[in-house]
Design a protein around this ligand. Structure first.
Ligand code: G6P
Length: 371
């Protein structure tokens, strides 16, 4: 009923709007009075964590994209090498695992069969397994050595939204906690990032406040056959997730690419009027933003309709953007928390106007319990 959905037409839309609270809840109680990060459910000792010399993240679907973001954060803050792998591929390549490998399994439901089989395999090789999970007492955390619970509340829409944002939060917390334990970052820097995380719910709120602009844009895309998504760095997984959402909900051909790969193939797909959604990194670091701008110029010169997610105050892109959607100013590693939200709204609205069942897309299941 509409009441269960807080007046929204779909659980998914309700869950998108619950994201500021879900993120805030997932951050609650993680900081001591002295400003140290604490993870209560972390059953691995500091010594066990200090012994970790490699991390392998395994997951499926949207959770896999949270893992891709986690790689950027963990490697940057902790200097531990991270691999991210689809759970369904992991076991079959005979991965190199031992007691100093930490396997991180990300699963909203805690019941995904591929992920479960992967952690069983990892534990049989003596690796420690840490689960990031939204469902208390589900199988994956029960079979893991440690768990970080996300506090998204029940997610009903088949396509994950608040589950994803809270997984990102858990990944950032894990990365910062490892940095604290390993001493790769100073306390001041860690508490600064924690404060930046605590500001994210209000930033997400401000993105949601412009939902109507995104809806209007989505309605212009009824009849579109294909959409490309471009991103770099932490924006690359956001591009992949934006494309997945369109496939899941609007049954559209959609592909996410690393913007730097354009000239190695994807640019051949560009033709007159093709919508290309571009996640522009914040200005300032490693010329990431400038490189993205030149990618946008290249696709536009070939006729693409460029729709750019850009932080407030950044006008370098305006000459090459057919549509600009503004994002709050946040650090590059945290940008996925705000950048994915317009893409969720876009897919939800486009699917709605196309007459699809947004909460239960055809052929998909909320939790996939067969391999
Ligand atoms: C299904 C859902 C996706 C989800 C994936 C992984 O395919 O439709 O939304 O991302 O499973 O689920 P998990 O519960 O393991 O995160």
């Amino acid at each position: 009923s509409a009441a269960e959905k807080d007046g929204h037409d779909w659980f998914m839309r309700k869950e998108i709007f619950e994201q500021p609270r879900a993120v805030a809840d997932s951050l609650l109680g993680r900081r001591t009075a002295e400003g140290h990060l604490q993870l209560d459910e972390m059953r691995l000792s500091d010594q066990e964590l200090r012994d970790v010399d490699k991390i392998i993240i395994i997951a499926c679907g949207t959770s896999f994209y949270a893992g891709l973001v986690a790689k950027y954060a963990i490697e940057h803050w902790c200097r531990i090498p991270v691999e991210v792998e689809l759970a369904s591929e992991f076991r079959y390549r005979d991965p190199i695992l031992d007691y100093s490998t930490l396997v991180v399994a990300i699963s909203q439901s805690g019941e995904t069969a591929d992920t479960l089989q992967a952690i069983r395999h990892a534990r049989a090789q003596k690796s420690k397994v840490l689960a990031i999970c939204n469902t208390n007492g589900s199988t994956i955390p029960r079979e893991s050595d440690a768990v970080i619970y996300t506090h998204a509340g029940p997610e009903i829409g088949v396509a994950s939204t608040k589950g994803f944002l809270t997984q990102l939060v858990a990944c950032y917390l894990l990365a910062l906690y490892l940095a604290q334990v390993k001493g790769t970052r100073f306390g001041d820097e860690i508490s600064q990032v924690v404060r930046q995380l605590e500001a994210m719910p209000s930033h997400i709120e401000s993105v949601l406040a412009s939902a109507d602009d995104v809806y209007a844009l989505a309605r212009e895309h009824v009849g579109t056959r294909s959409v490309l998504f471009l991103g770099r760095h932490a924006g690359y997984p956001v591009a992949l997730e934006g494309a997945l959402k369109l496939k899941e909900l609007a049954y559209l051909h959609a592909e996410g690419f690393a913007a730097g790969e354009l000239k190695h193939g994807p640019i051949a797909l560009v033709e007159q009027g093709l919508p290309v959604l571009c996640v522009v990194p914040p200005a300032g670091r490693d010329q990431l933003r400038d490189k993205m701008v030149s990618g946008i110029q290249e696709v536009r010169a070939r006729g693409a309709r460029t729709i750019c997610l850009v932080e407030e105050g950044d006008d370098a892109i305006t000459p090459y953007a057919d549509v600009v959607l503004r994002l709050p100013k946040v650090p590059v590693l945290l940008q996925p928390l705000v950048a994915v939200v317009p893409l969720q709204l876009f897919a939800c609205e486009l699917a709605t106007v196309m007459g699809h069942d947004v909460d239960q897309p055809r052929n998909l299941a909320k939790s996939v319990t067969v391999e």
